[in-house]
Structures are given as C-alpha cells and as structure tokens.
Design a protein around this ligand. Structure first.
Ligand SMILES: [Zn+2]
Length: 207
C-alpha cells in the first residue's frame, strides 16, 4: 500500500460506506511474503500437504470475499482439500466466477456419472469493503481507474449482504452453464459474532 498513497478523500469515503477500519492498530507493519514463506517451510517440513486430493472432501465450492477477516479456512474450519474457494471483492458471482463453477462442474461430471456433483456456497459478510462501491465519489474514481461503466459497478456494492447474496445465488442457479446436479446455497458471515447464517438453503441449479 505504501507505493500507492491514497488521496485525502479516499479513506473517509470507504469508511463511511463500509464501516470498517482500514488499519489495525496492533499491526503497524506486517511481514509480507517473507513471513509467509517461513510458515510455508514449517508446513512442508511437517508434511501437512501429504494426502491432499484434487476433488474436495466436502464436495464444497465456496465463493466469498477477499477480506482477510473472511477466510473460510478459519471460519468454516476447512482443512487442505476440503473445498474449492474463489474469493473476490464482495464474494460476487461475476461472469468469470460462473465460468469457474461451470469448469469444475464439467470436470466433476467426468468423475461422477450420477447424482449431485457438489454444493456452491455463496457467502457475503457484514462490514464488507465492497460497500464502498455505493459511494458515488469512490465508485466514480474506481470506474475511471479500471475503465468500467460506473452504473455496472453500483450493482457490485455489498451494503445488505443478505440481499446481495440472494441476488448472486439466483444468478448462479439460473446460469445456463451450471447443471442441475450442482446445488447452490447462500449465507451471511457476521464478522462481529463469527457466525454464519444461512439465507437460502441448498437447491439445485436451474430451478
Ligand atoms: Zn468484503
């Protein structure tokens, strides 16, 4: 972040829209990748990667936000090989995410000739930074930065996670490339309580 200083107006805009602190007062620095690499050496030395399989043990595909508070390995207790995970800003079901699910469905169909393939759990969360896209000033600057239509970005804001997750579950269930053998569910993760509440129970796609 130090390479890209923000303008004076940027942080208040994000804070107003999403209600979260950008900087933890307890972590002024952070070790970057060097710190992570040291943890990797311990991971490899302990053999924690051994026995990992390519098709997820829980037959689960999680779509959620890239916010570091919202790591499904922690709040869902996922171990290695338990689930496939796609994370982006807000945990939104974009065309690219739909294609990712379609790709895994096609692979799974070759392994599992009958019955359900896997469940896709779409999980939005409280205090999501994607709420900043509801702020006109922030959204306008971001649209200009990435060369996108501002009106399309407004729909990507996550202000009411129960509402947006329902929209995204419907988007995924109705996508032509997602077979009915894939089930889709929707949930909200509360970053204060640590609890996940189900908004929409698992139902087959294309219903
Ligand atoms: Zn978020």
């Amino acid at each position: 972040m130090s390479d890209h200083p923000t303008t004076p107006s940027a942080e208040p805009a994000i804070g107003r829209a999403s209600g979260f602190a950008l900087v933890s007062p307890d972590e002024p620095g952070g070790g970057g990748f060097e710190s992570a690499l040291a943890r990797n050496r311990a991971f490899a030395a302990a053999g924690e990667h051994e026995g990992a399989v390519v098709f997820p043990n829980l037959r689960l595909f999680v779509i959620t936000c890239l916010d570091p508070r919202v790591d499904p390995a922690h709040f869902l207790g996922l171990d290695l090989s338990d689930a496939m995970v796609v994370r982006n800003v807000g945990g939104r079901v974009t065309p690219e995410v739909i294609n990712n699910v379609a790709f895994i469905a096609q692979i799974a169909e070759t392994v599992l000739p009958d019955g359900p393939l896997f469940e896709v759990a779409v999980i939005h969360h409280t205090q999501c930074g994607a709420g900043a896209l509801a702020d006109d000033t922030f959204r306008g600057r971001y649209a200009e930065r990435i060369g996108a239509e501002e009106s399309a970005l407004r729909d990507q804001a996550v202000v009411d996670p129960a509402a947006t997750v329902a929209i995204d579950v419907d988007r995924l269930r109705s996508a032509p490339g997602i077979p009915a053998r894939v089930e889709v569910s929707g949930h909200v993760y509360d970053v204060v309580s640590g609890r996940v509440d189900t908004v929409l129970r698992a139902q087959p796609a294309q219903i």
